[in-house]
Write a new protein. Sequence first.
Length: 339
Amino acid sequence: MTPSSHSTDIIVIGAGPCGLFVAFEAGLLKMHCHFVDYLPIPGGQCAEIYPKKPIYDIPGYPSVLAGDLISNLMKQIEPFHPQFTLGERAESLEKQEDGLFKLTTHRGTVITGHTVMIAGGLGCFEPRKPTIENLAQYEDRGVEYIIRDPEMYRGKTVVVGGGGDSALDWTIVLADIAASVTLVHRSQSFRAAPDSVAKAQALADAGRITMITDANVSGLSGDGALKTVTLTMNDGSTDVRNADHYIPLFGLSPKLGPIAQWGLALDKNAIAVENTTFQTNVEGIYAVGDIAEYPHKLKLILCGFHEAAIACHATYQRRNPDKKHVLKYTTVTGITELT
């Protein structure tokens, strides 16, 4: 597949709640956004790790589920038609002679834009990998840490590792797609929502999936591509099973990743910003949300929303220095769709 290229006004790195709100504030100012996120869906931690977790400090919502908050944010930004490059990590960033920023992902996708808005939460969320000696040998050859397209598993033999929400939920989805699904978990107790556990158990009881507890995947083998996995039980016994795909879903670990090499001033493993514009030490690059650090910082979603609004107005003024910008309330102007 040939890597794609795109151009936009604002390149937004991170599609969590604060990043998504950038698209709303930018849209009001007639600026387009293009998102890059390593996760396969928008929403960051709220969507991938705890979509059913209630959040209590969003103004106007006594309680809102994290997943519902993301759904509402996605609806809010629909009129501004943001673009998304998901399942790809922002790898390199350079400022070109024409003043535009060029971002390249680890898969070769190129996005150019006038402004970069880093809204990467605690950094790039990378999958927690199991300790298997030859694991790297089979990455993208049968081992996947993120499910980007469930259809690629149609008719395949799949082994899923893990006992959290992601492992259980994807096991349930793949039961209707794959030829066979085996869920392997190290204990008999799961860390997923009770409803998901009950659904997976019902599928196992009906013979539609295989559920193996008190075990770990300890070995992989195959000639070029994955063919079998070795399971080691807690009692020391082993079992070898056929597998076209092994999907270890053990959660995500936040890391700054390549961002740390971009020449940005860092503070406490975050990015230092000037807190009247949220611009970094590099002109044209801003940071908002948990990844931004400044005196008296509060790592709250509602504070990230504030930072996104200020940063968007700052970048508008930077791009239009001779144009006096007057804030107009949406209660007066309404929402005009960006084309």
